[in-house]
Design a protein around this ligand. Structure first.
Ligand SMILES: C[S@@+](CC[C@H](N)C(=O)[O-])C[C@H]1O[C@@H](n2cnc3c(N)ncnc32)[C@H](O)[C@@H]1O
Length: 264
């Protein structure tokens, strides 16, 4: 708890990103990883291997860009830095430990950037306003990448803004307008990826399964809200919250999909 407070106070992060909950989200991810890292290990290795498989298939190796770089748990940063001339990291928050790791490598640039273009509009949003239109764009440094990695953030892109609207402005989770908007945010991200010339490695959670102690299914949530991403290269289970993490009665397991060369 104290360590999280310390990071909350000392991590450089734009005010809007803090207000929208991105810093809290990242610190939560870090704390959960500390608690359940054994359960996450296989997932982290699967992500890293899929990224390396995708990287090794690149003909040109000038630049790799990682969107949703986060804490770099799922990213084989040192290997990418050795293979590519430049590596660009994009996230709402770039923690100090990540910045330090980049400095050591010399050819990695961490950028704070909102890939949906929604943050400012959300902060200025007033009840009754039309929901802001997502405008996905890459920062200049991320353009013309030979490899672009969307690293386990597709569903997060819609989740955090929607959570903010529910808690700040009373939107209901099941409101069809909110659901449509969440889907539009994800589609906009996929469109951005599809427009890039380089190889695209896409990793995302597709569904969340709640199971009881014995593993019996209780409920399932489709995280892609019905979007279909096409032929998957690899699919695996990720015990995001093993028994005891969210509750003593149930566990949460995500199905993760990985694409080495996603083409839209
Ligand atoms: C599940 S985490 C990914 C973890 C990360 N790949 C790692 O290896 O540690 C999702 C990440 O997406 C980032 N993110 C969410 N919305 C974003 C946005 N609009 N623009 C940029 N990054 C965003 C979050 O800050 C978070 O770091």
């Amino acid at each position: 708890m104290l360590i999280e407070l310390y990071h909350y106070l000392t991590t450089p992060c734009p005010r809007t990103h803090r207000q929208l909950g991105y810093l809290t989200g990242m610190l939560g991810l870090q704390a959960r990883h500390r608690r359940v890292q054994n359960h996450w290990q296989q997932h982290l290795e699967n992500c890293q291997q899929l990224i390396l498989r995708s990287a090794l298939a690149c003909r040109q190796t000038n630049k790799a860009t990682i969107i949703g770089s986060g804490l770099l748990l799922e990213v084989p940063l040192e290997q990418l830095s050795a293979q590519f001339n430049k590596v660009v990291l994009i996230d709402m928050v770039q923690p100090r430990a990540v910045r330090k790791r980049c400095l050591k490598l010399g050819n990695v640039t961490p950028l704070v950037h909102d890939i949906t273009g929604l943050a400012t509009a959300l902060i200025n949003y007033k009840k009754g306003d039309k929901l802001p239109t997502p405008q996905a764009s890459l920062p200049g440094l991320g353009l013309s990448s030979d490899l672009i990695i969307s690293c386990n953030l597709l569903t997060q892109l819609a989740h955090t803004p929607s959570h903010f609207l529910q808690h700040r402005h009373g939107w209901h989770e099941d409101d069809p307008q909110l659901q449509q908007w969440r889907q539009a945010i994800m589609k906009e991200h996929l469109l951005l990826l599809a427009q890039q010339e380089g190889r695209c490695c896409l990793i995302c959670d597709a569904s969340h399964d709640y199971r009881d102690k014995s593993g019996k299914p209780l409920a399932q949530e489709n995280r892609l809200l019905g979007l279909s991403l096409g032929r998957v290269d690899q699919e695996w289970l990720w015990p995001i919250a093993p028994l005891g993490e969210l509750s003593k009665q149930h566990q949460l397991i995500a199905t993760v999909q990985g694409f080495c060369n996603w083409r839209g």
